[in-house]
Design a protein around this ligand. Sequence first.
Ligand code: ADP
Ligand code: MG
Length: 594
Amino acid sequence: MISTGDVIQLLPDHVANQIAAGEVVQRPASIVKELIENAVDAGATEIDLIVKDAGRTLVQVIDNGSGMSVTDLRLAFERHATSKIRTTEDIFQIQTKGFRGEALASIAAVAQIDAVTKTDSEEVGNRLIIEGGQVRDQLPAAHPRGTSLSVKNLFYNVPARRNFLKSNQVELRHIQEEFLRVALAHEKISFRFFHNDAEVYILKSGNLKQRIVQIFGRKIEAQLVPISEETEIVKISGFVGKPESAKKQRGEQYFFVNNRFIKSPYLHKAITEAFENLLPNQYVPSYFLYLEIDPSKIDINIHPTKTEIKFEDEYAIFAVLRSAVKHSLGQFNIMPSLDFDQNPDWAFIPSAPKNGSIKVPEIRVDKDYNPFETKPTPSQIRPVHEFYQSFTEFETENNHPEFLLNQEEIAFQEQAVMQWMNKYLVTQHQGELLIIDQNRAHQLVIFEKLKQNGTGNALSQRLLFPVEILSNETEIQLLKNIEMDLVKFGFDVEFHGEIISVNALPTEVDTEKVPEIFTDFLHELETHDQVQFDVEISKIIAKNTAIRKGEALMPEQAKHLAQQLLHLPEPNFSPYGKPIFVQLQEVEISKKLK
Ligand code: ADP
Ligand code: MG
């Protein structure tokens, strides 16, 4: 966008009102996002980000974009002052990052601003100094074409907000994330990022792959599988990481729609479905995916920071995305590795009868078998202990109904389970003594159940008296980001000012546990990004509702819990990765008895 004169206009009230208002500035990272996006919108090819003290004392963005005229510089800090839209209709054809015209006004209200800018048509540039929303000074200043905007001492006039900021490390991580989101969407723009005078990223203009490698390092290059698909409703490009590069923690998951980073648990699901069978439980594939969609078919106005959007053709986009990813994984020969040693089809070929002819064992080949479509077979589930494996294999394989209740399993049902010290369940299996941590066992049982609820089958209980939790704007905003996830699990949450009102709960959850559960949600949301928050919700509910250490159980309860645990495909570790039981062999005991 080239600015040749005054281009900013005040939006008419009715247009302004149609744009959902929102709290733009939550933390230093919000400023980073708004300023860098403005620089991109101004057509910059080089953008520098300079941050001091994790953004508390300074966030500065220097660009070589269009610059602003002297009147535009002044108007830019008025609410609803934008050069990017004129009418309501324009919102539906938006090509720029910004359009609400409220970012700079919001930032100027809570920080000190020093802006210097120059357009091509001016000899010298202009400088504007604002404090707490009031213009302090405006004067001519020498500057090359472009804009340098410094935001100093964020929240200097709002101590409550300042105190709410997290540690420098956390704030810096948020800043880095915002920076990367823009950098990954604009590989043709050169970026530099400095923190306390140290270089954090120097990103040269290049292609997308080069940009990803510059950011995440050489090792990622060999892991990138290209994705490319074009249909009438959506064009998809970018990369997904090979399955072996997937991590247990959420890491590199990036969706962009029309070059704008968005969060979409729904589209995330399309990717994880495409990876089904290729990844162990809880591993998350990395991806950098770029969707191009007709702007009139999406609504980016539903969220103040515009990180969520509504799609008109949601289902179709989901399907195209999933099949595009599946297709590429297939094409690049990324198949699940079949472990023949554990394949039950082979393991249970009957041994030759003592008398009579030897029949050549038949090897069944399922021609319709598609590794990308079936549920995991037992060979891909990774039972750690053999005693357990011996019956899970029968159990999870529906093709062998005759094995569903085998001898060992029946034996187990008859097995005594004893509670010890109100902490452990003691039982035996195949000559081994099993000592189970009751709390961790129950966590895993609940977690596995909730994971299924997370797919939309949650049972919900409506409360006669809603649970009310006193909160604040920032926290409420964080919760709003995961509202859809909460609904999937059976929560019904409403926000009234600073109060969170919980009207319905998953049936697994007791009313009195609600405050701790929400505290944990918020803690998690503040310290991590929200990709795949459904897993986090399951973990937190499991942690807060599981039978505690020190809780006495009825014999029936103890037995039921042990059974539920040992029926799980992977009973060894709690949702937080802690071991659930100890096994003791007879030899260990007899040694002690010598
Ligand atoms: P929006 O981006 O939604 O229009 P902002 O408050 O972020 O609202 O910016 C207001 C206006 O200031 C923009 O529309 C643009 O005209 C101008 N502006 C802001 N930053 C820059 C910049 N770095 N270079 C040129 N113009 C800018
Ligand atoms: Mg803007």
